[in-house]
Design a binder for this molecule. Structure first.
Ligand code: XUL
Length: 539
């Protein structure tokens, strides 16, 4: 009997999922919400808001402090830390942590520290970390793209066009705006490799899954790409940790955690990865066929991909999968952030939100919203602002307009992946809402399964720790076997597409495209077409 621990350091919280092997059971789930449990950091849902809405940072010491809070909660609940064989982790992608030369010694000396926060304060050359919601680096994106030889060249080299939130453009901005601090930086980590370093008490490598969210790694060979590094900042290679396979154990756990919480000194620490690559495992996408829609702070749409295929429009991404293959992904910033804003502006709770959704007809009588509360990633919208067509701001139909917009946008912007989806796995907080899943099923004309475990990234990390631990002992378990029993969709949680609405949604998808054309590229006003749609489908 053995326990495997998976941690997920997301935008809003730090979560632990523990699995028990060979019983193949989830032993427990614990979570620490940053805003509520660590209010002294002054974040809003884990993010430090800036007067410039494009700038989004988080304090790295908050994530570190959360680790002590999380393990203390588990200890209070009598969790048997000594039975944990290995720990792997997941973190929000793209965010970067800038360490000074003091960091190495501070990590080593953690066992003597009063707590993690105290032991690791003063090790940063940048006190706050730019995170994936930051969109302040458009100029740097242009510069990098040009230096590498254009969007197509960068995309083929690194798996993605340059994106504001990707780590390379963020590093370039830091180098340009704070050159002294950049020069004083010893190592630049991702949130994932930083948290892994804390657990191990020494610098951790970056895995190809998270490395591919940087615009710095050669997506085919999985090594740092010299052309991309040169285009980004000087001496960057020496500041980046090495890249190591996602299923490698790189250290034993730091004595700090042995002394304080009772972990065994033999506990293996596995290389961490990004939340999306971890979720790929956590929902069992280890072979081609299905796709996942993750309804979290951001919404993501992703699938397993056996071969290299990049988005010619430059909107989507190709990341490394922890299985050694690839995954395709598109990310929407206005996910739960948009749903919460609508809920609050209409004075509803989640039940009221679901009711408003159920009380409005599919197609919403031609009332359409482009829910760009924050700058949007897909499609690229740098000047935020919600656009409404035939929709007043206080109309309860805003609920359906938001949910339909999110579902349709996913459908339109995932066409490059070239898979006609028959089965969608829904995960993340909002996947518990069946009314939302019905919209997804109808818009995508696919069956949608709701997942039991909403913490799919942390579960994926727990499964990765189990896989890596066995591999280290010379007993590599095939991935379908690793995930089996944990990620099988529950047939009673299936939502079917309703054929009577198929044609209606096909029409609405075209109209939604016209709204995007109008809002982004000066296309004709789609209002008359929406009015005709409303007459055709009044209820
Ligand atoms: C993916 C992305 C987000 C973050 C959120 O590219 O930016 O999904 O990983 O945690």
């Amino acid at each position: 009997m053995a326990l495997y621990l998976g941690l997920d350091c997301s935008t809003q919280s730090l979560t632990a999922v523990v699995i028990r092997i060979p019983e193949r059971k989830i032993e427990g789930v614990w979570s620490v919400n940053f805003e509520h449990r660590l209010p002294h950091w002054g974040t809003e849902s884990g993010v430090l808001r800036h007067e410039d809405p494009r700038i989004c940072h988080s304090p790295p010491l908050m994530w570190v402090e959360a680790l002590d809070v999380l393990f203390s909660d588990m200890k209070r609940d009598g969790f048997p830390f000594e039975q944990v064989q290995a720990v792997a982790g997941s973190a929000q992608q793209h965010g970067s942590v800038y360490l000074s030369a003091r960091a190495e010694e501070a990590l080593q000396r953690l066992p003597e520290a009063k707590n993690l926060k105290e032991g690791l304060s003063g090790i940063f050359t940048r006190e706050t970390s730019p995170i994936w919601m930051d969109s302040s680096t458009s100029e740097e994106c242009r510069e990098i793209t040009e230096a590498v030889g254009g969007m197509q060249a960068l995309s083929e080299l690194t798996g993605s066009a340059a994106f504001e939130r990707f780590t390379g453009p963020q590093i370039r901005r830091f180098y340009k705006t704070e050159p002294d601090a950049y020069n004083a930086t010893w190592q630049i980590h991702l949130v994932s490799s930083f948290m892994a370093s804390v657990l191990a008490g020494r610098p951790a490598p970056i895995d190809p899954g998270d490395g591919s969210g940087m615009n710095l790694m050669d997506i085919k060979t999985r090594v740092w790409a010299p052309r991309a590094l040169e285009a980004t900042a000087p001496n960057l290679k020496e500041k980046l940790p090495p890249i190591a396979p996602s299923d490698s154990v790189f250290s034993k756990i730091s004595t700090y955690f042995v002394k304080r919480y009772g972990f065994s000194p033999e506990t293996d620490v596995v290389v961490w990865s990004g939340d999306n690559p971890n979720s790929l495992i956590g929902v069992g996408l280890v072979e081609r066929g299905k796709v996942t829609i993750s309804l979290g702070t951001s919404d993501t749409y992703f699938g397993f991909m056996p071969e290299v295929r990049v988005d010619p429009a430059g909107e989507g991404h190709l990341f490394g999968s922890p299985t050694g293959h690839y995954m395709s992904l598109i990310c929407f910033i206005n996910g739960s952030l948009a749903r919460e804003r609508i809920r609050d502006s209409l004075g509803l709770d989640w039940d009221g939100f679901s009711k408003a959704l159920e009380d409005t007809p599919p197609g919403n009588q031609g009332k359409v919203m482009l829910p760009w509360f924050d700058p949007e990633i897909t499609p690229k919208v740098l000047e935020p602002g919600v656009r409404r067509y035939r929709l007043k701001e206080d109309d309860p139909a805003n609920v359906r307009a938001c949910i339909e917009a999110q579902a349709i946008s996913m459908r339109i912007h995932s066409e490059w992946m070239g898979v006609k989806t028959k089965t969608i796995l829904a995960t993340g907080g909002a996947s518990a809402n069946r009314a939302i899943l019905q919209v997804l099923a109808d818009v995508h004309d696919a069956e949608v399964y709701q997942f039991e475990v909403t913490a799919s990234a942390a579960l994926g990390a727990a499964l990765r720790s189990y896989h890596a631990h066995f591999k280290l002992q010379g007993n590599e378990i095939p991935w379908p076997e690793v995930v089996s029993g944990f990620t099988d969709p529950d047939p009673s949680k299936k939502v079917l597409p309703r054929s009577q609405y198929k044609e209606r949604y096909q029409e609405l998808i075209e109209l939604y495209k016209a709204c995007e054309e109008h809002a982004l590229r000066g296309g004709p006003d789609p209002t008359p077409r929406l009015e005709a749609f409303a007459r055709k489908y009044p209820s």
